[in-house]
Design a protein around this ligand. Structure first.
Ligand code: NAI
Length: 257
């Protein structure tokens, strides 16, 4: 494998949800570039194949798994398939998520609330239920859950998304305490405004929309998916060995003030 490998992840197996796009894709590529074998999970088979091709073109090894993280059977099968294909599971990145349309709480359709909580919070719980025993069986490892700026501050018009992303931090902290004595380090990452397909939907792809979102960023620009991936990899690396139940905010200063 041609990479600037530091041997952080050689021989490791990483399972990544939402790997068909944005932060998940960049994270999968970053693990593969450091010689991890990656299991890519997403609802979109086409986008999964694109990610897998990018990884294989670079000499990496990738398995594609069409999975809806809101479906417990899908998730159970995906982890079983990962262990069956690669023999173990060391790392899991629970990153699949959906955004909320800007809506005040009293106007938010209950179906939207249910869909967002089912994906962004319950989906992570379902994944962790399957991942934790598999990682323990491998002798320990790491889980990183993707929260958000909306996981650490309130945002008007984003009640369901913020509830899910705040809840995910509580889930992360509690599970971290439960499993650290078995060698499973569980942390979260909270990205700021990151230039992905999701952000394209949020901004409507217009200059004005992009400027509005960029205005939230003291750093003066959107983040790149790779900038979240590098934080996720650090959390999973030996460098992060003493980091437990933490939410690493990587947001250009968005939530500082
Ligand atoms: P994205 O929309 O570019 O990619 C998300 C991927 O997740 C898509 O490929 C989609 O098919 C997949 N996905 C959605 N629902 C799924 C389900 N039920 N089962 C399996 N896969 C599913 O989004 P992006 O921006 O890469 O976001 C990734 C994560 O980062 C999300 O959890 C998001 O909430 C979070 N985040 C994103 C920020 C941003 O500015 N882009 C900021 C803070 C957090």
């Amino acid at each position: 494998m041609t990479s600037t490998s530091t041997d952080r992840f050689t021989g490791k197996v990483a399972f990544i949800t939402g790997a068909g796009s944005g932060i998940g894709r960049a994270t999968a590529q970053a693990f593969a570039a450091e010689d991890a074998r990656v299991a890519l999970a997403d609802t979109s088979a086409d986008r999964l194949n694109e990610t897998a091709q990018l990884i294989r073109d670079n000499g990496g090894e990738a398995l594609t798994l069409t999975v809806d993280v809101t479906n417990a059977d899908d998730v159970q099968q995906a982890i079983a398939d990962t262990v069956s294909a690669f023999g173990r599971l060391d790392i899991a990145i629970n990153n699949a998520g959906i955004e909320q349309e800007q809506t005040p709480t009293a106007d938010l359709p209950v179906e939207d609330w249910d869909r967002i909580i089912a994906t962004d919070l319950r989906g992570v719980f379902l994944c962790m239920q399957q991942e934790i025993p598999a990682i323990i069986a491998a002798g320990g490892g790491s889980i990183v859950n993707t929260s958000s700026g909306a996981g650490v501050i309130g945002i008007a018009g984003q009640a369901a998304y913020a509830a899910a992303k705040h809840g995910l931090i509580g889930l992360t902290k509690s599970a971290a305490l439960e499993y650290i004595d078995q060698g499973v380090r569980i942390n979260a990452v909270a990205p700021g405004v990151i230039d992905t397909a999701m952000m394209g939907r949020v901004t409507g792809g217009t200059d004005e929309g992009r400027q509005t979102m960029t205005a939230q960023e003291p750093i003066g620009r959107m983040g790149r998916p790779e900038e979240i991936a590098s934080a996720v990899l650090w959390l999973c690396s030996k460098g992060g060995a003493f980091t437990v139940g933490h939410t690493l905010v990587v947001d250009g200063g968005q939530t500082v003030g």
